[in-house]
Design a protein around this ligand. Sequence first.
Ligand code: FES
Length: 147
Amino acid sequence: MKRKQFIKTCGLACLCSSASLSLLLESCANTTYFAKSEESDKYLSLKKSEFTQTVKNKQTERTFVLIKSDKFNFPICVSRTNDQTYCAVLLECTHKSCELRPQGNLLICPCHGSEFTNTGIVQNPPAEENLKTFIIKTDHDTIYIFF
Ligand code: FES
C-alpha cells in the first residue's frame, strides 16, 4: 500500500469510528431518562406516564426514570418493581459519594465498582451501607416521593 492510500484509508477509518462513537453515545444518552417532576416542601411528584415511552411507534415501559431535586446533589432513581410498586433511591454511592449509574436492575458505581439493587441494597463492596431510600405513595396517576 502506498503512503497516500494508507493515509486516505486511515482517515476514512477515523471518520467511521467517530460516527459510530457518536451514535453509540446518543443511544447511551437515550437509556437514561430524566422525568418531569414537581417539588414541594415535603415531596417530589411525577406522573406514572413518565414510565411510558414510544419507540418506533410502539409503546414500551421504562423500568426506571431519574428525577432531580433541589434538596440533593445527586439524582433520584425511581424504579418500578412491578405494575403498582415503585421505589426511589438517591444515586449517591455510600462508599465515597460517586454518582451511581443504573444498569438494568442494578446501580453501579463507576469509581470503585460497588453494586446495589434498584431498591438500594448493597450487593458488592467496597460499599457496605445501603443507599438512601425514600417513602413513596401513589394514587391513580401520580407517584409521590417524600423527603
Ligand atoms: S465511591 Fe462508589 S465504590 Fe467507591
